[in-house]
Ligand binder design. Structure first.
Ligand code: CIZ
Length: 330
């Protein structure tokens, strides 16, 4: 007899990845589609993608590609941004449940209420949102930043304005330190970057003398304090590619990031943080984003075949569009 859970969530049937890849290639040709994949999805999906990157690069790719159908292997806010910037294209997300803990931490009604409260107190500010927010939140903001363009955008905020930074308090604190601009911080954080263990990081450093700690600015300050290099995913790629002598990197971001690093600069060794060391020196990576992990080869194939789930245009996309265009495309 079937367990009640199996009725609502049937177990995925095993399918040979090679067959799936062949099917995906054929469907892409048939529907004139392109696959964009974020660095945080599984390596096998990055391998079949036409373009990979961080959210800044992928948003720009979505605008530039000639194909009218985009399969966005990433999370909801990324596919939504692609749709907003290219309203005439059909944007498919392999699993609509692929959300983001940061986006969830900043609901639009709460942000609007907080902005109203600040205005009532006479505060003169602009709101800067990390791209990891919903379109409804973007429509309430003045600027959108990604880890790739944050410093540059912060410098465009007029000096006589205060900055309300949402939703990532750790990224906001880091940006405030590097730009010297004080910020009002929204108390959100990313579930993946929040969980790194400083103790495990220190142990990994001790076990790998001479290693370089590379951390994402979404990590809490306690982790960043031990980092030799801080940067978003594109910056990490540039950094490893710039070093020709082999190094050991301890990588504090979503574990799938190791795939593009390894591909681009195979001369190095990459170990995920936390590196829970077994006696044989192997590590266990626990820092996988459960939302990114909803992207599978089967779901990429299915959305190409069925033409859904599709990101539907919403009335508030119009306002979010001008903020996104101004911040990411100019
Ligand atoms: O900007 C992005 O795509 C994210 C979420 C992280 C990064 O550094 O690429």
């Amino acid at each position: 007899m079937l367990h009640p859970l199996e009725l609502t969530h049937p177990a995925p049937r095993y399918e040979d990845p090679l067959d799936l890849i062949e099917e995906i290639e054929a469907l892409k040709r048939q529907h004139d589609a392109v696959i964009l994949a974020h660095f945080y999805v599984d390596g096998e999906i990055q391998e079949i993608a036409d373009h990979t990157g961080d959210s800044l690069k992928l948003a720009r790719d979505a605008v530039a590609v000639p194909q009218q159908t985009i399969v966005f292997a990433g999370v909801h806010f990324m596919a939504e941004s692609a749709k907003i910037l290219s309203p005439q294209k059909r944007v498919l997300l392999p699993d609509l449940q692929a959300g983001c803990s940061l986006a969830d931490s900043c609901p639009p009604d709460k942000l609007a209420a907080f902005q109203a409260q600040l205005r009532a107190e006479g505060r003169d500010f602009q709101t800067v949102a990390y791209i990891n927010t919903t379109a409804a939140v973007k429509s309430l903001c003045d600027w959108i930043v990604t880890s790739g363009n944050a410093r540059e955008i912060i410098e465009r905020v007029p000096a006589d304005k205060e900055i309300l930074f949402v939703p990532d308090q750790h990224l906001g604190r880091y940006l405030s330190e590097v730009t010297g601009r004080p910020m009002i911080l929204w108390p959100g954080s990313c579930m993946v970057h929040e969980v790194f263990s400083v103790q495990d990081l220190l142990r990994a450093k001790r076990n790998n003398p001479g290693s370089i700690v590379m951390a994402h600015p979404e990590c809490p300050r306690t982790v960043l304090e031990h980092a030799d290099f801080i940067g978003g995913t594109e910056k990490m790629r540039k950094h490893v590619a710039s070093l020709t002598t082999p190094h050991v990197f301890l990588v504090a971001t979503e574990v799938n990031m190791i795939h593009p690093l390894q591909k681009l600069a195979p001369q190095h060794t990459y170990l995920p943080v936390p590196g829970i060391m077994a006696s044989d020196g192997k590590t266990c990576a626990c820092n996988k984003c459960p939302h990114m992990a909803l992207n599978t080869l089967q779901k990429v194939r299915d959305c190409l075949k069925l033409g859904r789930p599709e990101i539907a245009w919403q009335p508030y996309f119009e306002q979010a569009r001008s903020v996104l265009q101004n911040s990411l495309l100019k």
